[in-house]
Ligand binder design. Structure first.
Ligand code: NI
Ligand code: MN
Length: 222
């Protein structure tokens, strides 16, 4: 499984010739290395509708005929633009052709009236990925760590809008993933964080390996 960091909270995952895209904020993203026209996506996961997450989802979904997997409220908004959506909600799981998706809570705003922000736990070919979205630290990450066997967690560390690096270390202790990749930092001054310090603290305090990716970099989850 190939994990490509597109910058901020945007990731592209490739497994078995299928492309999975998370929170594709590319146009207007100061650290993005690719444009929406260059990105392939069979499935697009949207955690919430803030601009830095919804991003270019509509354009990419139209061009690729992608299926967007998101919450009910964000799905309604995208469906109005003619995008194919599969709507789920927090706590729900569903078995897709490619694998299983669980929608997790995220302590954050949704960007649409009456909605909730979310995260995703996705299992494809026996590999389980947790994309936390924008969230503050919450105690039920411990529960997620108990009921899911997480191979890779993607966690925000930038503070201000989400967990900071210290809270994200605690999140790693709760989730017990095999690896963690930090996201949602250093895109703009208000979410400044030191990823090397985060890595050192994670690896000193937990059994988890921390992988640091620069925008545009790819890493293989084995
Ligand atoms: Ni947000
Ligand atoms: Mn954000």
């Amino acid at each position: 499984m190939k994990i490509r960091f597109l910058g901020h909270a945007a990731f592209q995952v490739l497994e078995d010739d299928t492309y999975y895209l998370f929170d594709p904020f590319l146009k207007g993203n100061p650290v993005a290395q690719v444009s929406p026209e260059q990105v392939r996506a069979d499935y697009i996961f949207i955690s919430h509708a803030h601009d830095d997450h919804l991003g270019d989802a509509e354009e990419i979904a139209r061009k690729n005929n992608s299926l967007v997997i998101t919450t009910f409220e964000v799905g309604n908004m995208l469906a109005k633009f003619g995008v194919r959506v599969h709507q789920m909600h927090v706590g729900g799981t569903y078995n897709f052709d490619f694998g299983r998706v669980r929608i997790t809570q995220a302590l954050h705003g949704s960007g649409v009236p009456g909605g909730l922000a979310c995260g995703f736990i996705i299992t494809i070919n026996g590999k389980t990925l947790y994309f936390a979205g924008d969230t503050g630290l919450f105690g039920d990450m411990q529960l997620l760590g108990e009921i899911e066997d997480i191979d890779l967690a993607l966690l925000p560390i930038g503070g201000n809008y989400t967990m900071d690096a210290a809270d994200a270390v605690r999140a790693v202790q709760f989730l017990r993933p095999r690896r963690v990749i930090p996201m949602h930092y250093n895109t703009m001054p208000v979410i400044k964080a030191d990823p090397v310090r985060f890595k050192n603290e994670v690896e000193a305090q937990t059994e988890t390996e921390c992988v640091l990716l620069n925008p545009g970099e790819e890493w293989e989850l084995k």
